[in-house]
Design a protein around this ligand. Structure first.
Ligand code: GUN
Ligand code: FE
Length: 475
């Protein structure tokens, strides 16, 4: 069953904000955006109201007013591209916030593997995945790149739920047949590959052209995968073009484990490259401790990086050097990495990307000897982190021609953001559902957006659309 068309054409009116390049937001004021029944943007015009749209745009589009649903952004509201979470583990969602003082390898063994193993139960998987998809949509995530578990039936269920709830998604059955707990491992490289194929076939059966939900090959991380399994996945990637996701260079002990497990490899990145897993459709999560040579290799293969600052701070993994990666020519997007990251909010991930970049600018630890001007350049602005969460992430998932901005030909994956307008007269404020972003009225839009990035949450996400379909609305 392919995604259905929407019943009506749609006209969106008001303020639209999107990133047009790293560090630059465009503000389309009093604009009109027309979206056809397939969810595609067919017109974008500034200085338009409904009447002018009806008179000038509808005839050129062959639309009649009775066949158009109109949505207006109110005062204090604006349309923004939906967030694209390039790295999230749906089965870990119940553990969000539970990590104590652990670091990656003990966190995996203590919290993560037991939770993932328990999702062999389909009723439990349904409960967890339904909530995870609902919550991410409610936070404005219109596309999510999911890791599921090793289990085929519950992984297929996650794909079904994304399709029925309308979230654009990449769904990966996790491959792990090497180092891992006895109770949670694929039986063999062959079984790992066969199970991967089962999920691909299932997704092909529910969304033949991968218009909304796509499979993604998911070797968990090098230590968890045998050479045979990685070689087979590399071959499958070359045969099918299905993208790949994995983790890289997240934690010092993990890097040592990779060195011990693959002594023949020149580096962590080289392990993936040697097995045909580093390509232009590969998403590498974390990439914190890459060497210069590894970053050059990743750049030369065109592989992308998912930056997960919330997770990297929670698990004490380190600070990824985003500016350095970008200047190497590597595409970078943002990920929540739930539940290494403790929140499904991409707005929080964007906020943390800015804060973590500020840490790189402080003369502490290994950055102490870096010249001040060089350190200062590491800082990411509000505009830059919003770019990473939308256009940057779109490039990472290979959909920059479809999502991440508001241009004709792109799909309407968007959120309507509402900020709290403080009443003129003190004492008569309506605080209901107002959220933490207080707008007094004298702030310009740049400052309003900054206040949203630093204080906003799901209360500010009033409506969410994917391919033109309304998939979330706040009561
Ligand atoms: N490395 C291997 N598995 C995982 C995981 O589930 N989360 C994170 N953050 N890193 C990993
Ligand atoms: Fe992860």
């Amino acid at each position: 069953m392919a995604p259905l068309n929407n019943e009506k054409n749609q006209l969106f009116l008001g303020l639209f904000i999107h990133s047009i390049k790293l560090g630059e937001l465009q503000y389309l004021r009093d604009a009109a955006v027309c979206v056809d029944k397939s969810g595609k943007i067919v017109a974008v015009e500034s200085e338009y109201d409904q009447k002018k749209a009806e008179e000038k745009l509808y005839p050129t589009l062959g639309w009649s007013a009775s066949d158009v649903a109109v949505t207006k952004a109110k005062d204090g509201q604006f349309f923004f591209p939906g967030f694209i979470d390039t790295h999230i583990h749906a089965p870990q969602y119940p553990n969000a916030g539970i990590f104590g003082k652990s670091t990656l390898l003990d966190w995996l063994n203590t919290y993560t593997f037991p939770m993932e193993a328990s999702l062999s139960s389909l009723p439990k998987a349904r409960r967890v995945y339904t909530r995870c998809v609902r919550q991410t949509l409610a936070h404005g995530t219109t596309t999510a790149v999911y890791y599921a578990t090793i289990h085929v039936p519950s992984t297929n269920l996650l794909a079904d739920l994304c399709l029925s709830m309308g979230q654009r998604a990449f769904v990966g059955r996790v491959c792990m047949d090497h180092i891992g707990p006895d109770y949670y491992l694929d039986e063999s490289p062959a079984q790992s590959l066969a199970a991967t194929r089962e999920t691909i076939d299932h997704i092909r059966g529910i969304d033949a052209s991968f218009a909304l939900v796509s499979p993604i090959l998911t070797p968990r991380f090098a230590p968890a995968c045998s050479r045979e399994a990685m070689t087979a996945l590399g071959k499958l990637h070359r045969e099918t073009g299905i993208p790949i996701q994995t983790h890289i260079s997240e934690n010092k002990d993990e890097i040592e484990l990779v060195r011990d497990t693959f002594p023949e490899a020149a580096s962590y990145a080289d392990v993936y490259d040697a097995h045909g897993l580093l390509g232009a459709h590969t998403i590498l999560a974390h990439a914190i401790h890459l060497s210069d040579a590894e970053a050059d290799l990743v750049a030369s293969r065109g592989s992308k990086v998912s930056h997960c600052p919330t997770s990297n701070s929670a698990l004490t993994s380190g600070e990824a050097r985003v500016r350095w990666l970008l200047e190497k020519g590597i595409a970078v997007g943002l990920g929540t990495d739930v539940s290494g990251g403790y929140s499904p909010s991409m707005l929080l991930a964007a906020r943390h990307a800015a804060l973590v970049s500020n840490h790189l600018a402080m003369p502490l630890g290994k950055w102490a000897d870096v010249p001040a001007a060089e350190r200062e350049r590491a800082k990411l602005s509000v505009e830059e982190v919003l770019h990473l969460a939308t256009r940057g992430s779109a490039e990472v998932v290979g959909l920059s021609d479809k999502i991440g901005g508001f241009e004709v030909g792109m799909e309407w994956d968007a959120q309507l953001i509402g900020l709290g307008l403080v009443d003129e007269t003190p004492g008569e404020d309506d605080m209901t559902d107002h959220g933490n972003v207080d707008i007094f009225g004298w702030e310009g839009w740049e400052n309003r957006v900054a206040k949203w990035v630093y204080n906003g949450d799901d209360r500010n996400v009033k409506k969410v659309w994917v391919r033109g379909r309304l998939v979330h609305e706040r009561a």
